[in-house]
Design a protein around this ligand. Sequence first.
Ligand code: NAD
Length: 495
Amino acid sequence: MNKAFTRTETSSPCLANFVDGKFVAGGTPFENRNPVTGELVSMVSEADAGVVDDAVKAAQRALKGPWGRMSVQERSAVLRKVADGIMKRFDEFLRAEVLDTGKPASLASHIDIPRGAANFNIFADQVLTLSTETFQMATPDGAGALNYAIRVPRGVIGVVCPWNLPLLLMTWKVAPALACGNTVVVKPSEETPTTAALLGEVMNEAGVPPGVYNVVHGFGPNSAGEFLTRHPDVNGITFTGETVTGTAIMKAASEGVRPVSFELGGKNAAVVFADCDLDKAIEGTMRSVFANCGQVCLGTERVYVERPIFDRFVARLKEAASGLRMGDPFDKATTMGPLISQEHRRKVLSYYEKAKAEGATVVLGGGVPDIDGAYANGSFVQPTIWTGLPETSAVVREEIFGPCCHIQPFDSEDEAVALANDSPYGLATAIWTENLTRAHRVAAQIDVGITWVNSWFLRDLRTPFGGSKQSGIGREGGVHSMEFYTELRNVCIKL
Ligand code: NAD
């Protein structure tokens, strides 16, 4: 049986690598644990250098096989079948994503899984309308010449993914890469390997030829991540994750001068003006700080509030965050899950301790919730709000990636812009104001890739998505994704 999980009567299920259309074992299996209970979800087969090499070679061969010969229309139709295949197995994908991440099923069922499927439909559409450019030029003999550009796939794309939105962020790269005719080798996060492997089954069911989509499991350094990004036959690398990992991958990509597309970390600000609609600002900031237990790259960890409404804003956010409920992710009443792992919990709690040591006023939380029973071994932390820290504090400067924020008052628009911009990161900002002129003026001055006014995480997938400064290289979304996954080849014809 060509299934993602292998199972014997005596052993735990083991998730396999997906190479050349088949599920294959690799080296030593590692554990995948459920962050809600600490229980084993499955063992996962780590890809050794040999398995990664097999996957890259299969991807190279597939470029020259039926996939390479398909018309754009045929590829587009196959990608729609992949989207349908995910939706047909919605409950299975949902369960896998919830067991791996611990996030509430209510969140994953309206974001992770439907968006994971939608990514294939969106890029199936996008590729059909891609245009290139032509230039007619004069020549001394008067006959002229015609230049036109054609788009060709880059080749084998290495796709390295994080754990916070596993299926969604992976398909956000795989769908445009395949739409453009590339083949891919995906390295999902070691924390959340399951949906990438299940997608292998869907690819086979949808008629995607063997070798077009491959999955190798494992870790970063000296494991599948490094073997993949160092592999000389990978023609481009697309990565979402921490800035420090991006630095390591960029060094690997410099061998052979391979191009990279990077979506990296953030330390995003919200700027709340006194003329905002406070109800909307509280509702939006609740989501931007606490959604997915604060593990969203676009999430807010620094909130700047104009002084006249500062106390009211802090009190309202505290009241709303006090209503978050942790527990069984399949219970509709659960509104916040755990952090991804005990290791990440130790990191987040170290910032909770730093905040106290640096003299923060702890408005809410600041520790571990009192949960017992089945969830006592889960990696839960309390939703946390601080005030009173200096802007130089590590808690205010460094990405924590947890359900927490620091709130600071400001007195003028210029001061708010300066505070929001004072960061090595530049991913996203949310501005809350009912003054449209101010909204335009401030949005243009904040050094980030994505600004929301009176909303957060409202995504039109045709728009450019990405970060400035240390938050990324390049833009994804719509035609911008196609720019990375194709190369333009100019043809000049002397008439
Ligand atoms: P991470 O950088 O630790 O890991 C991401 C992936 O890289 C994993 O698959 C990991 O195994 C792999 N990896 C690690 N070291 C590697 C190496 N040396 N070579 C090759 N691969 C390596 O990130 P994470 O903890 O999984 O995710 C959280 C981070 O991702 C946060 O910083 C968050 O801001 C960022 N993120 C950014 C965006 C965005 O769109 N900008 C979206 C989601 C997450």
